[in-house]
Write a protein that binds this ligand. Structure first.
Ligand code: FE
Ligand code: FE
Length: 192
């Protein structure tokens, strides 16, 4: 039985900083708009957007502990950057604590940070909504917002490229799943 949105929001607000909660509302709104534009399920998009960061304000220790409990694979990359785990741990919390049973929603939450190959329409919408929600502010965000509403796949590819470039420039690791996702979409869009 799906929990009422009002209850989900109250619960979420207690778990997140005010700024993060605002971000989640922004992602919810953008995800619904993208779903309308591209014919995805607006209810699923809104719920996935709202809950995507439900584990984002957990401490590193807590994230590692919950990941272990949930049987999530913790590689060397996740061990050095436990924040990466907020996506798969968040999906499990969405299921257990927020009563979400829909596998498409849970997968979109799982993939929202790294993306991955074979992303569904909903996965792409959440990945991109997280990137371009109204509070986001970075050079080129306006162009990316426009592109998102005209060509979703090209916008997802641009988001992958920007994220990967940014990680390299700031001397951080790039998750192999992101590289796989970027390459798969790149090859698909270039007809190779
Ligand atoms: Fe996140
Ligand atoms: Fe987010």
């Amino acid at each position: 039985m799906q929990m009422e949105i009002r209850i989900i929001k109250e619960k979420l607000q207690q778990k997140l900083s005010a700024k993060r909660y605002c971000h989640c509302l922004g992602v919810q709104q953008t995800a619904v708009e993208l779903a309308e534009r591209f014919g995805a399920d607006t209810h699923k998009a809104g719920l996935a957007g709202l809950l995507h960061d439900c584990a984002r304000d957990m401490s590193n220790d807590h994230l590692l502990k919950r990941a272990e409990e949930f049987g999530i694979v913790v590689g060397s990359l996740e061990r050095s950057s436990p924040v990466l785990l907020h996506a798969p741990v968040g999906a499990q919390l969405a299921r257990i604590e927020y009563g979400v049973r829909d596998e498409e929603i849970l997968q979109a939450i799982t993939l929202h940070t790294t993306g991955g190959p074979n992303m569904s329409l909903l996965d792409k919408i959440i990945f991109l909504a997280d990137y371009i929600e109204p509070d986001r502010c970075f050079p080129g965000v306006e162009e990316l917002r426009k592109l998102a509403y005209t060509d979703l796949d090209q916008a997802v590819l641009a988001a992958f490229d920007q994220t990967i470039c940014h990680l390299i420039q700031s001397q951080r690791v790039v998750h192999p799943t992101s590289v796989k996702g970027r390459n798969a979409l790149f090859l698909f869009l270039n007809g190779k």
